[in-house]
Design a protein around this ligand. Structure first.
Ligand code: TYM
Length: 328
């Protein structure tokens, strides 16, 4: 069975970008693939060097993974820092990555701009650590959102380069996986391109119905359609992206027609989106409460997940040591 791995940084609660971009795919894939999902706590140090109670932050994501429907019996869940083997692979991969190519990664450039006083080597080699996360399990597929496309390209580059340098066909080139075949980018409702924690524009899986409605009703719009069948400006297309994702086809067509004949009222559209979003989020929210209260269960799941992940990583690392020529 093909292997699948993916992770999320524990820098806050899961938001709709994480859910529709990644976690929904995790849940779909666990029945058909050999899956492992993790919590990328090392990666969070690139932006949060003093992460506070990092173990509690990891539990938060773990509870949210479970609430979304990840079943640890099908797909072990682990915390990145519990699998130290990753660091060894990270080191080997870094030996063959070049400064120029790492500096060209857009997310590096963005982060360097956002935190000019902390342009650390971890930030620069973020894609290599991500490649190590993936390649240590020799994963074939990685469910991620659109913002990870370049990091995934780097992971493939790491795999290819290792294979070329040592003359082996050891690492598969991991492919991006999207649950609807196309890369997903959940937009921010504040008119910014993307929903994200650092953008401060998130709807969280923990938000109650009232909070969700408030956030949706505040979404940025314009003065309304003027010419029949005109293309939609980005802020309006953003709302239709939500509609496409959470509402049924008939509802989408209804509002699409209203746009096209210039009778659309944004208030109605927002109410519909808010109602349909609440339907998706409410049951997850309840489950989050249930799992969050159960620390022992969370810690047991993480412990068991780490054992599976370590065994998988160890097998790969031993092989890598053999290929390079180190003692095993
Ligand atoms: P992170 O924590 O930024 O985001 C986790 C996942 O959520 C997706 N995502 C989105 N998808 C669509 N629209 C959005 N607005 C949106 N915001 C976030 C991201 O694409 C991602 O899939 N580098 C990763 C963590 C990581 C990882 C890995 C992932 C570390 N090692 C190995 C896969 C494999 C990250 O920053 O995720």
């Amino acid at each position: 069975m093909e292997k699948v791995v993916s992770g999320i940084r524990p820098t806050g609660n899961l938001h709709l970008g994480n859910y529709f971009g990644a976690v929904k795919s995790f849940v779909k894939m666990q029945d058909d693939y050999d899956c492992m999902f993790f919590i990328a706590d090392w990666h969070s140090l690139t932006t949060h060097p003093k992460p506070g109670d990092i173990q509690q932050s990891a539990r938060t994501i773990l509870a949210e993974y479970l609430a979304c429907g990840i079943d640890p019996k099908k797909a072990p869940i682990y915390v990145q820092s519990d699998v130290r083997e990753t660091i060894e692979l990270y080191l080997y991969l870094n030996m063959n990555m070049y400064l120029g190519e790492l500096e060209r990664v857009t997310t590096f450039k963005e982060k360097a701009r956002k935190q000019p006083d902390n342009v650390n080597a971890g930030l620069l080699t973020y894609p290599t650590l991500m490649a190590a996360d993936i390649l240590q399990h020799r994963a074939a597929k990685v469910p991620v959102g659109k913002d990870q496309e370049q990091n995934m390209e780097m992971a493939r580059k790491c795999a290819r380069r290792f294979n070329n340098i040592y003359g082996v066909e050891f690492f598969p080139e991991p492919q991006n996986f999207y649950f609807s075949d196309k890369a997903i980018k959940i937009p921010g409702l504040d008119g910014s391109g993307k929903m994200g924690k650092s953008e401060g524009n998130c709807i969280y899986l923990r938000d109650d119905d009232k909070t969700i409605s408030k956030k949706v009703m505040k979404a940025v719009t314009d003065e309304g359609p003027k010419t029949p069948n005109s293309p939609r400006p980005e802020v309006i297309e953003n709302l239709f992206t939500f509609l496409r994702i959470v509402s049924d086809d008939e509802t989408y067509r209804y509002f699409d027609e209203k746009w096209n004949d210039c009778t659309l009222r944004y208030g109605d559209l927002k109410k519909q989106i808010a109602a349909d979003l609440c339907k998706v989020v409410a049951p997850i929210r309840e489950q989050i409460e249930y799992y969050s209260a159960n620390t022992d269960l969370l810690d047991r799941i993480a412990r068991e997940g780490a054992e599976v992940a370590r065994a998988s990583a160890q097998a790969t690392i031993n092989e890598v040591r053999r290929i390079i020529g180190f003692r095993v």
